[in-house]
Ligand binder design. Structure first.
Ligand SMILES: [Zn+2]
Length: 127
């Protein structure tokens, strides 16, 4: 994800943000009002300093290990509330679909394992 520098026009404070290009100007940090993104030449992003994973306590050194830490713990980088809600809806729809397929499969299996007499009795109830 690209890195951008933002600055407060009132006090001159700088900050660094990581955003997708399409969202680089959305919800900029606040200082004395919303900070403004500074147009600057792209720079090679320095690697992340080491830190202890808040997820499982492992030491994480650099971006590659961070990606691995997130993957190992079935996590994703925070992308904002709108993206999180969208992901939650997507996962719920996926779970509903899987549940529906499992129920349908169980019904079919149960029917196939019934004696022909029971199958005929069941069909009688349906008609
Ligand atoms: Zn400020």
């Amino acid at each position: 994800m690209p890195m951008y520098t933002v600055r407060c026009h009132a006090c001159g404070k700088y900050d660094t943000i990581f955003r997708r290009i399409a969202e680089r100007d959305a919800n900029l940090p606040q200082c004395h009002g919303a900070m403004h993104r500074i147009i600057e030449a792209p720079t090679v992003q320095a690697d992340l300093p080491g830190y202890q994973s808040p997820i499982d306590g492992h030491w994480v050194e650099g971006r590659r290990q961070r990606t691995e830490d997130l993957r190992r713990n079935h996590c994703r980088p925070w992308e904002g509330m709108a993206a999180e809600k969208q992901e939650a809806h997507r996962r719920a729809a996926e779970a509903d679909k899987a549940y529906g397929a499992a129920v349908e499969s169980a019904i079919v299996d149960t029917y196939r394992n019934m004696s022909p007499a029971k199958q005929r009795a069941l069909e009688g109830l349906a008609s």
